[in-house]
Write a protein that binds this ligand. Sequence first.
Ligand SMILES: NC(=O)c1ccc[n+]([C@@H]2O[C@H](COP(=O)([O-])OP(=O)(O)OC[C@H]3O[C@@H](n4cnc5c(N)ncnc54)[C@H](OP(=O)(O)O)[C@@H]3O)[C@@H](O)[C@H]2O)c1
Length: 229
Amino acid sequence: MAQNQKVAMVTGGNRGCGLAFVRRLCQLPFPGTVYLTSRDEARGREAVEQLKGEGLNPSYQQLDLGDSASIRRFVDFIKRTHGGIDVVIANGAMPFPKQMTVAEIEATLRVNNKGNAELCCALMPLLRPQARMLIVSSGFGQVVHLGPELRKRFLATDTMTVAELNGLLDEYMAAVKDGSFKEKGWPDWCNKMSKIGLVALARILAREASSDRSRPGILVNAVCPGTGL
Ligand SMILES: NC(=O)c1ccc[n+]([C@@H]2O[C@H](COP(=O)([O-])OP(=O)(O)OC[C@H]3O[C@@H](n4cnc5c(N)ncnc54)[C@H](OP(=O)(O)O)[C@@H]3O)[C@@H](O)[C@H]2O)c1
């Protein structure tokens, strides 16, 4: 029975936009299971109880984008329990305060970009026909924030691999570390870099999905949720 149900999941579902995504999915006539996931189990279960108090019925799984074992555990759970997935909302992210140390920038990009890439790539083979994968980026994710040469490289997603994209982010980190990022055309704020990277990730995965004729109708998009939540 579980194999025939539709399945949705949201990362960072315990608060903010993530909680709103889960709430909306549960309010829809969605024929299946909606997983609220969070890095912290107590906060996630509290959010599930909050939604249950509103008459909704999300399920819960722990998922920390900074922990490969947690990502693998979640993906294995979905495969074992449902055999596939229909809606993936990659929303979870560490914040970008204006003042960050180099170590904090590196740790944040590790979670927000490499963690998201790891999760989305692992879920790609499980996407069912007509599935939707939404990667939450931002208006800051526009290549206009890059110098002309870097802009061309980030727009080359018709051939780029996820490993190559991660390599570009490593180049950015190296330029942050040696202080050359401005002269090399990288953005002045790592939030912009991260969100540009997430748009590129969505473009790569969208290309891969559209070339898979065995599973038609899969859409991968990057979105800006707007501001103010
Ligand atoms: N709100 C805006 O104005 C705005 C504008 C543009 C883009 N965005 C993007 O929209 C998304 C959601 O924004 P928001 O305002 O709702 O953010 P938020 O209130 O800061 O919530 C972020 C969520 O991500 C989770 N998270 C942090 N680290 C994680 C990790 N390692 N693994 C899994 N989840 C993790 C947080 O969990 P904890 O509670 O445990 O910290 C929280 O649930 C983000 O990608 C953000 O960059 C937001």
